[in-house]
Write a protein that binds this ligand. Structure first.
Ligand code: COA
Length: 149
């Protein structure tokens, strides 16, 4: 079941994200960030457990970002990531976004949804402000990809 996240899900969402962040597969998120942005988040629930999460964050005029996509390891390759990305893309369209971007290490996964690699400079300066506070700055290997809706 795909649904919007609830406040009570946040600790599980953080555990899931940070389990991959500790292996350098994605960026960690603090509880504060997660609570403040809870309305961005979708979750996939299976047997009353959080099997995956994904956020859609509005960045700028016509532009939204897919963030914090994570699927619990035992549920990989079962379509959970696909469902989460698809619900975020649908929501992006509904709220009037014209482009969705992602900063990612898994280009092959996002290519399946029509995302194309772009130069970092093709995205507005605003989105890089967040990077300055990241532990990976300035040596981050994430790649920027964009999908036109
Ligand atoms: C990347 C991730 C979200 C994929 O989730 P998933 O539920 O296993 O993906 P799905 O089963 O929905 O796969 C959808 C399609 O993508 C493919 N795919 C899955 N993982 C992939 C990867 N790492 N690279 C390329 N393709 C991938 C699947 O084979 C499937 O292809 P198909 O539709 O042609 O059969 C998951 O592996 C994950 O949580 N990884 C760790 C965290 C991470 O890297 N997050 C992304 C941060 S931007």
């Amino acid at each position: 079941m795909i649904r919007k996240a609830k406040i009570q899900d946040i600790k599980k969402i953080q555990e899931l994200i940070n389990s991959f962040a500790s292996k350098d597969l994605m960026l960690p998120r603090s509880l504060n960030e997660l609570y403040e942005n809870i309305r961005d988040f979708w979750v996939c629930e299976k047997n009353r457990k959080i099997a995956g999460c994904c956020a859609l964050h509005v960045s700028w005029d016509n532009l939204a970002e897919i963030k914090s996509l994570a699927v619990t390891k035992s549920r990989h390759k079962q379509g959970v990531g696909r469902e989460l990305v698809e619900v975020c893309l649908k929501e992006a369209k509904e709220i009037g976004a014209k482009r969705v971007f992602v900063l990612t290490y898994v280009q092959g996964f996002f290519r399946k949804f029509g995302f194309k690699r772009v130069k970092n400079t093709d995205l507005p300066h605003k989105i890089w402000a967040e990077c300055i506070n990241c532990c990976k700055f300035p040596n981050c290997q994430e790649v920027a990809m964009v999908k036109q809706l």
